[in-house]
Design a protein around this ligand. Structure first.
Ligand code: 48F
Length: 266
């Protein structure tokens, strides 16, 4: 086969553009491709929904590949093991009775799991704002290439509509903080109506409470992963990752339930 630069370019631009045009209105837009966002995407897509992840960095993974202080292992409690096993991650029982996984393998397999299920991951695109509709309902995300902000360029973003948005941006809770900035009188479904801020490390409580508080924090906006702890003022937990996976799964199940109900109501 003769290689032609023009045809290579056309193949890339045409394929990418056609696919992007199919994702202008989705069921769920997820900000952040860390363990929570990827797990949520995998279960949502498995449930038949159209899902896109916008990830600020060039590679998905968030804080998982780095394991604990760059020791490339993560600890996972037994409740979350089926999630990792379902994507083929190998687990080892440690002497302490915990399960450990290779951090790079675990996140790679979660990403493949999400893509195999049908989710689309867009790298190096940041969610810089949200689309707001009647009654301040979050109805989509406003996106831009991450490098535009880094370069300090003034370039207007684009909007994507979605039935639900998941803030899976981790410790920053970036999307939820944007909501509180853009809609100053907003009352979130939290203890003080706003973003409380993540507390210091307490693995036991952080891991227990993250799944409990995973859910819709404002109409149209769900939290999954570390953003739950940041918004509700729960402790951080370090390199134990079961809570991130279980939180992503729970957010997906809640949205699937809502959209099923919406369909049956019609
Ligand atoms: O930080 P991150 O891994 O969040 P997570 O999925 O998992 C948290 C753990 O990694 C760890 C922990 C375990 O106990 O505490 O920290 O909740 O992934 C968040 C992803 O969101 C991206 C960011 O680059 C990262 O990959 N992100 C952050 N802000 C934006 C964003 C944004 N505005 N738009 C798009 N992506």
């Amino acid at each position: 086969m003769e290689l032609n630069e023009r045809d290579i370019t056309r193949a890339i631009v045409k394929e990418a553009t056609e696919e992007f045009l199919n994702n202008l209105e989705v069921d769920v837009a997820i900000a952040g491709g860390g363990p929570a966002g990827l797990t949520a995407a995998m279960y949502l897509a498995k449930g038949g929904l159209r899902v896109v992840i916008f990830e600020r960095k060039l590679n998905y993974g968030g804080g998982m590949p780095g394991g604990g202080m760059l020791f490339p292992k993560v600890v996972v409690q037994k409740e979350a093991i089926p999630i990792l096993r379902s994507v083929g991650t190998r687990l080892k029982k440690s002497h302490e009775g915990y399960y450990t996984a290779d951090s790079v393998e675990a996140i790679s397999r979660l990403g493949v799991g999400a893509m195999d299920a049908g989710a689309r991951i867009y790298p190096a695109i940041s969610v810089e704002d949200i689309v707001i509709r009647e009654n301040d309902r979050v109805s989509g995300v406003v996106i831009n290439f991450s490098v535009i902000k880094t370069a300090g360029l003034h370039v207007d973003p684009l909007g994507i509509l979605s039935k639900y948005v998941i803030d899976a941006t981790g410790h920053d809770a970036d999307v939820t903080r944007t909501l509180t900035r853009k809609v100053p009188d907003v009352k979130l479904d939290t203890f003080n109506g706003g973003v409380v801020g993540e507390k210091s490390m307490w693995a036991e409580v952080g891991e227990r409470e993250i799944t409990r508080y995973t859910g819709e924090v404002h109409p149209g906006l769900f939290l999954a992963g570390m953003s739950v702890n940041a918004v509700y003022g729960l402790p951080r937990m370090g390199a134990i990752f079961g809570g991130m996976l279980l939180s992503g799964k729970k957010a997906a199940e809640m949205i699937l339930e809502r959209l099923k109900k919406r369909k049956t109501k019609k």
